[in-house]
Design a protein around this ligand. Structure first.
Ligand SMILES: Nc1ncnc2c1ncn2[C@@H]1O[C@H](COP(=O)(O)OP(=O)(O)O)[C@@H](O)[C@H]1O
Ligand SMILES: [Mg+2]
Length: 242
């Protein structure tokens, strides 16, 4: 049984078909990348999976059960969460308080029980040095890590990462890729939306390509990147060959 099965998912915004019959499966422990041009429906797909948007058709089955009619907080409790393309920390709280909230409300832990877990997560993501700073005061790279820390705080098994590596310098990007590899070693399953092909090719085991709300490609990264339809819709030029 797949960890996640997305079946014929549809989402319309008025006349716009943001998702048009999108289907795919995800196995436990996989790192799958989703690529496609701006406006392809990548963020919408994540928003439907985590319950922010209700689908207009199709189903999202997680661990064998449909989550399509559950509200976001219940979907989070089943073990799915996402990091946002536009970071959304609680602005007046410190980095550590933001992580604590994810632990206390995502996992229902007491504040005391959450303390050591928050420290552990912040150490792992290399943001412990800014833990007492307000989330608005830290660098973009650390705010992106905080987004991931909050996701990990919920204890989710499946993390959807929406352009979490965008805007980073080469060293920060390499660190971000290393964290993704380490998350896999720790048993997490990841879907990554990203435009940086170096990162996609460096960490993803499989790619799914969206264009105008439709899945136009799926397979091994090298196969997908040499597919003419994918090159035409997104890549613009051949970046690898099989
Ligand atoms: N809340 C919304 N209301 C209306 N249109 C939306 C909304 N969210 C996204 N869209 C539209 O849906 C399409 C897909 O958007 P999005 O999922 O953000 O694409 P991507 O993340 O691949 O760039 C775009 O045409 C976008 O303008
Ligand atoms: Mg997007």
């Amino acid at each position: 049984m797949s960890l996640l099965a997305v079946r014929d998912l549809k989402k319309n915004f008025g006349a716009l078909k943001a998702l048009n019959n999108v289907s795919f499966d995800l196995e436990e422990g996989e790192i799958v990348g989703i690529i496609g041009p701006n406006g392809a429906g990548k963020t919408t797909l994540f928003n439907v999976i985590v319950g922010i948007y209700r689908p207009d058709g199709g189903d999202v089955v997680f661990k064998g059960k449909s989550v399509r009619n559950l509200p976001p907080h219940r979907i989070c409790r089943t073990g799915i969460t996402k990091t946002s393309q536009v970071v959304h920390p609680f602005l007046t709280l410190t980095v550590k308080e933001n992580v604590l909230i994810a632990l206390m409300f995502g996992r229902n832990l007491t504040k005391k029980a959450s303390e050591s877990k928050a420290e552990e997560i912040m150490e792992f993501l290399n943001i412990a040095d800014v833990k007492d700073m307000r989330s608005t005061q830290v660098s973009l790279a650390k705010r992106r890590r905080l987004e991931l820390a909050r996701a990990l705080g919920t204890g989710a098994d499946l993390i959807l990462m929406d352009e979490n590596l965008a805007g980073l310098n080469p060293r920060e990007l390499e660190e971000g890729m290393e964290i993704i590899r380490e998350l896999k070693k720790r048993g997490k399953t990841l879907i990554i939306v990203e435009h940086i092909m170096q990162a996609i090719m460096g960490v993803c085991e499989r790619l799914i390509v969206l264009s105008y709300g439709e899945k136009i490609g799926e397979g091994l990264p090298v196969e997908v990147c040499s597919d003419d339809r994918v090159i035409q819709a997104y890549l613009g030029e051949k970046i690898c060959s099989v």
